[in-house]
Each structure stands twice: as C-alpha cells, then as structure tokens.
Design a protein around this ligand. Structure first.
Ligand SMILES: Cc1cc2nc3c(=O)[nH]c(=O)nc-3n(C[C@H](O)[C@H](O)[C@H](O)COP(=O)(O)O)c2cc1C
Length: 165
C-alpha cells in the first residue's frame, strides 16, 4: 500500500509525529513536508494523511504565519516558514478517491482545532475518510510532545494501514 503523510511544521513537533505515523503505516509510507509532497507523490497513493499544528484555534492561515516571526521571542528557534502552509497545499490537492485521514498537534486544553478544515478539504476533493481524526499533544506553546505521543502516532499509523487494506 502506497501512503503519504504530509505535514506542516514550524517547530518540528508535527514533523516528528508525521514520521512516526509513516513508520506505523509501514515501509511503503513516506512522511513529506508540503514542499516535498508534489502532485506526483500524491497521485496513485492509496492513503493520504495530512497534519498541522493548531495555531490561533485553527489550521494556520497565511496571516498567522506572516505574523509569527517578530512575535515569537520566547520560541526555542525561529519558525520554519520555508515551506507552504498545509492550507495552501490542500487548496491545490488534485481530485482523487483514495483514503484520507487528518491529525493535529496542539495543547490539550485548547478550543478549536486544525483537523476539521483538513477533513473538509479532503471531502471537497473526493477523498474518503479512513479513520476519525487524531490529536497529539504538546506540553508547552512550542513543544515538546507529551511523553508517549510518538508511540501513539505509530499505533495510529498501524491502525490506519489495517483500515485501508
Ligand atoms: C503562536 C502560537 C499559537 C498557538 N495556538 C494554539 C492554539 O490555538 N491551540 C493549541 O492547541 N495550540 C496552539 N499552539 C501550540 C502549537 O499548536 C503546538 O506547539 C504545535 O505542536 C506546534 O507544532 P510544530 O512544532 O509542528 O510547528 C500555538 C503555538 C504558537 C506558537
């Protein structure tokens, strides 16, 4: 089964979860940033998983991303804004009928979330839900991931693979 796990990640938490999910899915799964996940990578995939951090209670917007740099003085590193947002990546997603699933990284108590928008874009372009959306939790504004979250991500990847096969 060919699977692609696409992610937006500004401080690396979502990227780490995406790689763990791909590991859990199996050897034919690849975790790719929004710049690596080209049309050729997506077309022909049996499963597309997409994930992003929750920023400002939702899937990051261009406006939020543009405002991040100067305001993030407490961040351990500057945000990686070199790759397109998942929001813009989804807008260019070719129509398809593969299975799809969404995940987000977030603080446990926050309202809102990113996965609703991701799922809506998948549905708009014809993709079929493989599983209910999943959340992975960080312990501070910029991370790190809560202990055990990468194991949970691997297990979720394995469940996705079973659901699609
Ligand atoms: C400016 C900013 C806004 C955030 N807003 C939210 C939020 O509304 N809800 C939430 O649960 N987490 C929020 N977070 C926490 C991030 O979602 C979390 O750190 C995420 O794991 C970052 O992922 P990344 O390292 O892949 O970029 C925010 C973090 C920052 C820096």
């Amino acid at each position: 089964m060919k699977a692609v796990v696409v992610y937006e990640s500004l401080w690396g938490n979502t990227a780490a979860v995406a790689h763990a999910i791909a590991e859990g899915i199996g050897p034919e799964a690849r975790a790719l940033s929004t710049s690596e996940a080209t049309r050729d990578q997506v077309v022909g995939a049996d499963l597309i998983v997409a994930g992003a951090p929750v920023l400002g209670f939702g899937l990051p917007t261009e406006g939020m991303r543009n405002n991040l740099g100067p305001h993030e003085k407490k961040a351990p590193s500057p945000p990686d804004l070199s790759k397109p947002s998942l929001r813009s990546w989804l807008q260019k997603l070719p129509v398809g009928s593969a299975h799809a699933a969404s995940f987000e990284t977030r603080i446990w108590w926050s309202p809102g979330g990113a996965t609703k928008t991701i799922d809506r874009e998948f549905a708009r372009t014809g993709y079929r839900p493989a599983a209910k959306r999943e959340r992975f939790v960080v312990t501070g504004t910029y991370g790190p991931l809560r202990e055990g979250e990468l194991d949970r991500a691997r297990a979720w990847g394995a469940r996705l693979a079973r659901a699609v096969q």
